[in-house]
Design a protein around this ligand. Structure first.
Ligand code: NAD
Length: 297
């Protein structure tokens, strides 16, 4: 079992750190929030007074932070972890950030003999709690093999992917969430069109699931209330995956597309529709609530 530093114990990081503890790892923890720190300390984490303190004597470091600027601060600042960690330590940043920052931090780490991987996740808080996250990893093949047993304590073994070199995990995550937003909006439009013409959304869902319109939003996350049990649409759009986070991820996808000169017209439209939905006060609701933007009856 490994000694692991875990930095960032929020909605996602907290349950991920607890799953590492359940798997028998020693987890040295740090968060700016005393409440977040206390919660994981109660589950057996070793509370530390700084990120650098948490990294003493570890085999690996995992971070789960809000955005690229926090990742840069933690790793690249004058007092940042990359200036302090010994060579050979494995660093896994599971935050969703821009691929440019991931590449940059990965490059600095490599120069210092530290194995860095961007390992953003898909699955949300429920999967973080259940230990069934998907991981999309960017870094060397060696780092991926070293990371795998650690990631398996927090995710499903069949959903841990090596996407390519540093930054590739973030590009994969951006591509996936851009596609998710597009098929969620498309599913909402198709169901609304059917309902406006007298079709039962449950019947139309069954028809499209057996036809070429089938997709994940329809299959496991139906946005129409009461068509499916146990999904946010049947629970007043309690998240789930918040509109605020979808807007963040679509913004990151848009940056990747622009930087690579891809004409992502659908991605840009999805971003503007989600921004409009967010501005109407829906930021904290599940992203499938975008149905209300298109639903007429
Ligand atoms: P969160 O805001 O709940 O948690 C972030 C934590 O980081 C907070 O506890 C904060 O105090 C801590 N933090 C910030 N700066 C820090 C620093 N310098 N040192 C130590 N701790 C610091 O966010 P979250 O929902 O857990 O999301 C974390 C990341 O995971 C984000 O990048 C998000 O986009 C991504 N993500 C979230 C979800 C989701 O459903 N919540 C799903 C997939 C991916």
């Amino acid at each position: 079992m490994a000694v692991i530093a875990f930095i960032g114990l929020g909605n996602m990081g907290g349950p991920m750190a607890k799953n590492l503890l359940k798997a028998g790892h020693t987890v040295q923890i740090f968060d700016l929030s005393a409440d977040a720190l206390a919660d994981v300390t109660a589950a057996g984490g070793v509370a530390c007074e700084s990120a650098a303190h948490a990294c003493q004597g570890v085999d690996a470091v995992i971070s789960m932070l809000p955005a690229g600027k926090h990742v840069k601060l933690v790793y690249e600042d004058e007092q940042g972890l990359l200036t302090q960690l010994p060579q050979g330590v494995l660093v896994l940043d599971a935050s969703t950030i821009d691929s440019q920052t991931a590449r940059e931090v990965g490059g600095v780490a490599k120069d210092r003999g530290i194995d860095f991987m961007d390992t953003p996740v898909s699955g949300g808080v429920a999967a973080a709690q259940a230990g069934t996250l998907a991981f999309m990893c960017g870094g060397s093949a060696d780092a991926f093999e070293r990371a795998r047993p650690i990631l398996e304590a927090m995710g499903s073994p069949e959903k841990i992917f090596h996407a390519g070199p540093a930054g590739a995990g973030q590009v994969a995550k951006a591509a996936n969430n851009m596609l998710l937003a597009i098929h969620m909006i498309g599913t909402c439009e198709a169901l609304s069109m059917g309902a406006a013409n007298g079709l039962d959304p449950a019947v139309l869902s069954t028809i499209m699931k057996a036809s070429s319109g089938n997709n994940w939003s329809l299959q496991v996350y139906n946005p129409w209330p009461q068509v499916m049990d146990g999904v946010p649409s049947s629970n007043n759009y309690q998240p789930g995956f918040m509109v605020d986070l979808m807007v963040k991820d679509l913004g990151l996808a848009d940056e990747v597309a622009d930087a690579s000169e891809i004409a992502n017209a659908m991605g840009k439209l999805a971003l503007s529709l989600y921004q409009e939905h967010q501005e109407k006060g829906n930021g904290q609701r599940d992203f499938s609530s975008i149905l209300e933007q298109v639903r007429k009856n």
